[in-house]
Design a protein. Structure first.
Length: 571
């Protein structure tokens, strides 16, 4: 009890008021206060973002505690904002907004009346005495975002972007101040921002920051292949690591354990890019990998994914079934998530209740209830799925079926009037069915619940500007799996030497798919506990192409090269 009493004596007046009003328990207030201090997040912002209480409850309690007038920002006229008094950077850093000037006093909207630093900064920059006007945190955040959208220059033209002052969401004000206060840190800020922007411009999916004993390497994964883009001096490793951890709101003092974080970079009023960040302690420092998450990739539409017409029709038919299970399979980085998100976007209408359990949630989908599984508190896929089924769902997406418990609940949902989408890590569609059986799922349940399996890979597209005809003997093509029918009118192409439009003769990627519908005959083999080879043979007899044949078709159309086909598929 004593440690708790000691901690509570350090709570701010607002935190104490929230406890006395029974809005927060004392433990919640202490933990939230300590977390906000350690991570340098405004206390009120942390309370609202963590869902501990509502911004309205905080605002009412704060108004009573400090005698500060409470204003409803939703009825405030934005035309009254004194737009020329302060710059956007000050507003963003201090999470406060000048509302109006009356005489020689400036009224500033804040969600925490103890944020005296913001008032002092506004007074210093404007030369005008400032008064606090209390507003709700959620409404303040919304109005600030709209205000900055209306006043900031668009970042859509990345070539003209200010490398020192990128619009990075959730960057702590105190950290930013410390970073920018040091003159020698400005080059590091610009360098890191340039690496991030260049990665977006070149279409990279991941950025690797890698320290070694005598060198430091930065690599992009572009079109599925890693390549080196920069080798800064090795002695910059700690500063690069610290900058990335500050941007992604990690503990910069923790270097012994892996950490996860997130960066959001606003490129324009309509477009923002998320980076999922992970650190890994290595022998010579922290390796940091950023996964670039572009929300637009989830809205490309099914026609942009590379399905052949018959495969696309099979997927669309399965999506519009009232129940059943659609499984997407393939290795990490094969585009499974985009295929699932594309399907969910097709189904996302006001008439449907859609819930997803993901690890992690990569891209926010408006209108879909997305749950980030948290194993530390016991919220795994199976627990999330149980909760979904108690919330009147129409469509459920489970990020991955990893165990028998999750598989059984998902299959039960598919058998009781729900459409279920999920993924497995297997090499082909037939292997997916036998994997479920090996998990312990009864063959009858597999045959009656699974309606469609999609196995997929991503192959690099040949650059349209520099690709050239491939000089490959017909005998070699036949040995690779081409048929005489497939070679009729084929345009077998090879990568060129590279041009300003591409990287090593390739630009972008295309999906390679094996789409298998569980027909009555395939279902019979499953119930007779046939192996994956028997299922594959029957699927071929029923006209479903395997990955290899689908890839060869893409090569025959000149979309990708035979070399790339061999890289992503197996015989």
């Amino acid at each position: 009890m004593a440690p708790q009493d000691t901690a509570s004596t350090h709570l701010s007046g607002l935190a104490k008021r929230l406890v006395s009003d029974e809005i927060l328990s004392e433990n919640q207030a202490i933990e939230a206060y300590q977390y906000s201090k350690q991570n340098r997040i405004p206390f009120v912002t942390h309370l609202v973002q963590s869902g501990l209480t509502s911004s309205q409850s905080i605002a009412i309690a704060a108004s009573d505690e400090f005698g500060t007038p409470l204003l409803d920002l939703s009825v405030f006229d934005p035309e009254l904002f004194p737009r020329d008094l302060v710059d956007a950077k000050l507003i963003r850093n201090h999470h406060a907004l000048p509302l109006f000037k009356r005489g020689n006093r400036l009224n500033v909207a804040v969600s925490d009346p103890t944020n005296l630093q913001a008032l002092d900064e506004f007074k210093f920059n404007t030369g005008i005495t400032t008064d606090a006007i209390l507003v709700e945190e959620a409404k303040l955040a919304e109005v600030i975002e709209k205000f900055l959208d209306d006043t900031d220059d668009s970042l859509g033209d990345l070539d003209d972007t200010d490398l020192e002052n990128l619009d990075l969401e959730d960057t702590s004000e105190e950290k930013d101040d410390k970073e920018e206060a040091k003159g020698d840190e400005a080059p590091i800020v610009r360098f890191v921002n340039k690496i991030l922007l260049d990665a977006i411009k070149t279409g990279a999916s991941d950025i690797h920051f890698e320290p070694y004993e005598k060198s430091y390497r930065i690599r992009y994964r572009t079109d599925g292949v890693l390549h080196e883009v920069s080798t800064p001096p090795q002695n910059l490793a700690p500063r690069l690591s610290a900058r990335l951890k500050v941007m992604s709101r990690m503990d910069i003092s923790e270097r012994r354990m892996p950490q996860d974080g997130r960066i959001k970079m606003k490129l324009s009023k309509q477009r923002a890019i998320d980076f999922r960040v992970n650190t890994l302690p290595t022998l010579w420092g922290e390796k940091i990998v950023l996964r670039i998450l572009d929300p637009s990739s989830a809205k490309m539409g099914i026609d942009a994914l590379g399905y052949d017409d018959d495969q696309k029709q099979l997927y669309m038919d399965a999506l519009h079934q009232p129940q059943g299970m659609i499984l997407v399979t393939g290795p990490t980085g094969s585009g499974k998530t985009v295929s699932l998100y594309t399907g969910l976007n097709i189904l996302n209408t006001p008439e449907r209740n859609i819930s997803t359990a993901e690890d992690p949630v990569e891209i926010n989908l408006e209108g879909i209830n997305q749950v980030h599984v948290n194993h530390k508190v016991g919220l795994d896929f199976s627990e999330a799925l149980r909760s979904f089924l108690r919330q009147d769902p129409d469509i459920v997406m489970v990020g991955e079926i990893r165990d028998l418990e999750t598989a059984e609940i998902a299959i039960k949902a598919a058998q009781t009037g729900h459409l279920v989408l999920s993924t497995l890590h297997t090499n082909s569609a037939p292997e997916t069915l036998t994997r479920l059986r090996n998990m312990g799922v009864p063959a009858f349940n597999i045959a009656t619940s699974v309606s469609l399996i999609i196995a997929q890979r991503l192959a690099r597209r040949l650059c349209e500007h520099c690709k050239q005809p491939a000089d490959i003997p017909k005998e070699t093509l036949i040995a690779e799996g081409f048929t005489d029918e497939l070679l009729k009118g084929a345009k077998i192409m090879a990568p060129g030497d590279g041009c300003p439009q591409c990287f090593n003769g390739y630009k972008g990627r295309v999906g390679i798919y094996e789409v298998v519908k569980v027909t009555p005959e395939i279902g019979r083999i499953i119930m007779e506990e046939g192996n994956s080879l028997e299922i594959a043979k029957k699927a071929e007899q029923e006209g479903f192409r395997n990955l290899r044949k689908s890839a060869l078709m893409k090569a025959a159309e000149g979309i990708t090269s035979l070399e790339e086909v061999n890289r992503v598929t197996k015989d």
